[in-house]
Unconditional design. Structure first.
Length: 128
């Protein structure tokens, strides 16, 4: 890692964070809200643990690498949508000012397999 880039490792997003997951009950909505809050906090803590002295960055590029237990085909749009809480956590940590497309460019996700350690790696690079 250079001072102008950082990679954070997070667990795979909960199924309830996927855009296609519908929650019809009040209990389901509470469960989704709790999952969003938890994932957002995990991303914030992961960025803060990197102790980036040059933050905030004006523009960043984010490349997501998903590692699942199996190598089935995945929907890139759903994968990207499930990371909304993580992007908000990056903002909360103060690494970048906003998660709009002017400040945070999201690259297409890459999928891989790791049976022992499923995870998502977010490579965040400062764009000049």
């Amino acid at each position: 890692m250079t001072p102008e880039s950082v990679t954070i490792v997070l667990p795979l997003p909960a199924k309830v964070l996927q855009p296609n997951c519908t929650v019809a009950t009040m209990g389901g909505r509470f469960m989704k809200a709790a999952a969003i809050k938890r994932y957002r906090r995990l991303a914030k803590e992961a960025v803060e643990a990197e102790c980036i002295e040059t933050a905030p960055w004006e523009k960043v590029s984010v490349k997501a690498r998903f590692y699942f237990k199996n190598t089935r085909n995945r929907d890139p749009d759903n994968a990207t949508g499930s990371l909304k809480a993580a992007y908000d956590g990056i903002i909360d940590a103060g690494l970048v000012t906003d998660d709009d497309y002017e400040h945070m460019k999201r690259m297409p996700p890459v999928f891989g397999g790791d049976h022992n350690y499923p995870r998502v790696e977010l490579a965040i690079t400062k764009v000049t």
